[in-house]
Write a protein that binds this ligand. Structure first.
Ligand SMILES: N[C@@H](CCC(=O)N[C@@H](CS)C(=O)NCC(=O)O)C(=O)O
Length: 208
């Protein structure tokens, strides 16, 4: 069976929610934190990161936005196909969220990779939160301008990644209260049965 590898607290929650929304025939493997650096998993994904999908024939697909694109193309129902305006906007939004916003979190999760001294790392973190505040303002405003309910005005996989990002804000000195549209969206996502199912399958709880 096709398997999606996940780990608590990580962006693998995004494709996990997409699997739940599509009721796609994909098994969820809930790894414990740290398993991503063990040999068994490194044999599947040598990058040592989640998410990854392993297919029946042994082929492996990594990168959240590629996995979401595959899910939409293979198991997508109305609204998830890529050859629609929503599909194109979804691809754009997911590229932004993964390659810009997620990547900017490197300065929060791993400042030691960007500076050696304590002062240097503190500076990295300060700049990181400045950058992230700009991203969160943009995300909040796009969501608000699209009606406030779903990031692109209609439910799409962009909402699954946005939910991951609006959870991570809790780990920073920033507050979701500064982004009211994101705060409402996060609460709406947590009321969704597919999101609740995905959280449980990945050993995570709602923020509440
Ligand atoms: N560019 C990758 C990033 C994947 C990534 O950084 N995953 C994080 C979790 S959100 C991870 O596995 N981190 C573990 C580590 O780096 O040790 C994607 O979009 O899928």
């Amino acid at each position: 069976m096709t398997t999606l590898y996940t780990m608590p607290g990580t962006c693998s929650l995004s494709p996990n929610i997409a699997v739940a929304w599509l009721d796609a025939p994909v098994e969820i493997e809930a790894m414990a934190y740290g398993d991503h650096k063990k040999d068994d998993y490194l044999a599947i994904n040598p990058k040592g990161k989640v998410p990854a999908v392993k297919f029946d024939d042994g082929d492996v697909l990594t990168e959240a936005s590629a996995i979401l694109a595959w899910l939409g193309a293979t198991h997508g129902k109305d609204g998830y196909a890529r050859d629609t305006e929503l599909g194109r906007k979804e691809a754009e939004a997911l590229s932004y969220m993964t390659s810009e916003v997620h990547a900017a979190y490197g300065g929060h999760f791993g400042p030691q990779n960007l500076a050696e001294t304590e002062d240097g790392q503190a500076e990295v973190k300060r700049k990181t939160y400045e950058t992230l505040a700009g991203h969160y303002t943009r995300l909040n405003d796009v969501l608000r301008d699209n009606g406030g309910e779903w990031y692109l005005g209609r439910r799409s996989f962009a909402d699954t990644f946005l939910y991951v990002l609006s959870r991570w804000i809790e780990q920073t000195p920033m507050t979701i209260d500064d982004y009211p549209a994101l705060k409402d969206h996060r609460a709406r996502m947590e009321a969704d049965a597919g999101v609740q199912k995905a959280l449980k399958r990945q050993n995570m709880d709602p923020i509440g």
